[in-house]
Ligand binder design. Structure first.
Ligand code: NAD
Length: 507
């Protein structure tokens, strides 16, 4: 049932303004960009953007701050990130308010996004005492072979609208303890969240007396993003967004021999085997497919179900879909908020048309709710006769395509036969099958799960995917290495000069 009593734009404006006030940041009012809310589809504030000249200057300032920061001991760098984490805790609800206002996430997911930011800060603080290199066995007597990890430089972070704050924090918390400076070009769709998060870091920088210009925010559109990408003073570009964006950014950074970390689109699938616990599968599937209104990079978009259980599972799913509360993301009980824009709803409608033209049958949802201002859609389930071209594309909206299989080999082949390679999962109680899904010839994704959905990763693991998802890894595990440079050191503590590979010269 759609909640027709949505908050009004003035109410949303007040709510945003109150959160920004508590965080202590003022909005640079102007006419270059605007903040809007997908809840009503209306404009909240006009904003002044960062100019090209200001962006150039900001990158220079970050490069200068890096010179001091790179020689600050890592545990002291951890202090800054600890302070950021404390400020995020104190303003968890404020930042979540802004995320709901600007990205349309339901309250619990917006709070979850801020929790993820707190978690990565804690992880990074621990990491600040664990940036380990190795000591390696040397082939020469009286020699020590080792590797040292050094700070890399300025990290340019480009982020997407759908995780407007968490993606920045994954990069920034880790980059800062690694000794890097950060220049952030957030999504132009979420300027208020960016202002707020950037300001909390500025406050932490001030409190811990870290270099003032260690973090710079570029509040601007794609043009300034391109400028960041092309600037040789930026050592690493960590870009999160569509595969289209990555296709443009990757070669430009490579052309100047910069480093890139790409986190691009996904087209994630879950295999449901005949032995699966269907109650568990049902919950996992609905959260992964309809949660965040289908706007996560890890959203479940393809369900590959064994033929024997397909009708039963689809019927149960359609039942749950029919009861999903859609509407005001601030309201208790809402599970599906608005899509980010009318364009996103149009893309969903166009994808559903193409799926039907390919012989697909919509078995649940798929309509846009009229008269609500924002782009509210019913999450859709479509049974497909085959994995056609539209199924192999990422449509950033809640469409779940259902395919059926007979043999496990067929399921894995269908699973891997898409250009993207982010997240995947299998529901099964057959241990062999679960292990085969995780094996070298199983799922080809960066994330492969068992008896859980495709979305909702923890920060402790490395996050990212293969193929057109871009190959980058960020967040936990040893993803920090992307933010540092490695030096191999050979130290001779003998009095003889031994050459490697027994080469003789002058001896
Ligand atoms: P988008 O590609 O439209 O924009 C992302 C960012 O890139 C924005 O800040 C934008 O200004 C910037 N940008 C776009 N073109 C650029 C260019 N040529 N040079 C420099 N910067 C450029 O993506 P979006 O619509 O905001 O986000 C949705 C997409 O992001 C989906 O495809 C989703 O799967 C993906 N995503 C991936 C991950 C991941 O970790 N793999 C996480 C979140 C979102």
């Amino acid at each position: 049932e759609p909640a027709s009593n949505l908050p009004t734009t003035p109410q949303l404006r007040d709510r945003a303004r109150a959160a920004l006030d508590r965080i202590g940041v003022s909005v640079p009012e102007g006419d270059d960009l605007h903040a809007r809310s997908p809840i009503t589809g209306e404009r909240l504030f006009g904003l002044r953007a960062t100019t090209a000249e200001q962006a150039r200057e900001a990158i220079g300032q970050a490069a200068e701050a890096f010179r001091t920061w790179r020689v600050t001991p890592p545990p002291a760098r951890g202090d800054l990130v600890r302070t950021l984490g404390e400020l995020l805790r104190a303003h968890k609800s404020d930042l979540a308010d802004l995320i709901t206002v600007e990205a349309g996430k339901i309250r619990s997911e917006a709070l979850g996004e801020v929790q993820e930011m707190i978690d990565i800060c804690e992880f990074a603080v621990g990491l600040s005492r664990q940036l380990y290199g190795r000591t390696i066995a040397s082939e020469r007597p009286g020699h020590r072979l080792a590797e040292t990890w050094h700070p890399l430089g300025v990290v340019g972070v480009i982020s997407a609208f759908n995780f407007p704050a968490a993606v920045w924090s994954w990069n920034t918390a880790v980059a800062l303890v690694c000794g890097d400076a950060v220049v952030w070009k957030p999504s132009e769709l979420t300027p208020l969240v960016s202002l707020a998060a950037g300001h909390l870091l500025d406050r932490a920088i001030e409190q811990t007396r870290a270099p003032r210009e260690l973090h710079r925010l570029l509040l601007a559109g794609r043009d300034v993003g391109e400028q960041l990408v092309d600037d040789p003073r930026v050592a690493l570009i960590s870009a999160t967004g569509s595969t289209r964006m990555g296709r443009e950014v990757g070669p430009r950074v490579a052309a100047r021999f910069g480093r890139v970390l790409l986190e691009l689109g996904g087209n994630n699938a879950t295999v449901v085997a005949p032995s699966a616990d269907l109650d568990l599968a049902l919950q996992g599937i609905v959260f992964a497919a309809a949660g965040t209104a289908g706007q996560r990079c890890t959203t479940l978009r393809r369900l590959i179900v064994h033929r024997d259980i397909a009708d039963q599972l689809v019927e149960r799913l359609a039942g749950v879909y029919g009861r999903l509360p859609i509407g005001d993301p601030f309201a208790d009980g809402t599970l599906v908020g608005p899509l980010i824009s009318d364009a996103a709803a149009d893309a969903m409608a166009a994808a559903l048309e193409r799926a039907q033209a390919d012989g697909g049958k919509i078995v649940a949802g798929g309509r846009r709710l009229d008269g609500l201002g924002g782009a509210y859609v019913e999450p859709a389930i479509v049974r497909m006769p085959r994995q056609t071209a539209i199924v192999r594309e990422e449509t950033f909206a809640p469409i779940l395509y259902v395919l059926t299989y007979d043999t496990f080999e067929e399921a894995v082949a269908l699973h891997n036969d898409v250009p993207q390679g982010l997240s995947s999962s299998i529901f099964t109680r057959d241990q062999q099958e679960a292990e085969r899904f995780l094996a070298a010839d199983g799922s080809d994704c960066g994330i492969a799960n068992v008896n859980i959905g495709t979305s909702g990763a923890e920060i402790g693991g490395a996050f990212g995917g293969e193929k057109e998802t871009g190959g980058g890894r960020e967040s936990g595990s040893d993803a920090w290495r992307a933010y540092m440079r490695r030096a191999t050191n050979t130290v001779n503590y003998s009095s003889a000069l031994a050459l490697a590979q027994n080469v003789s010269f002058l001896s």
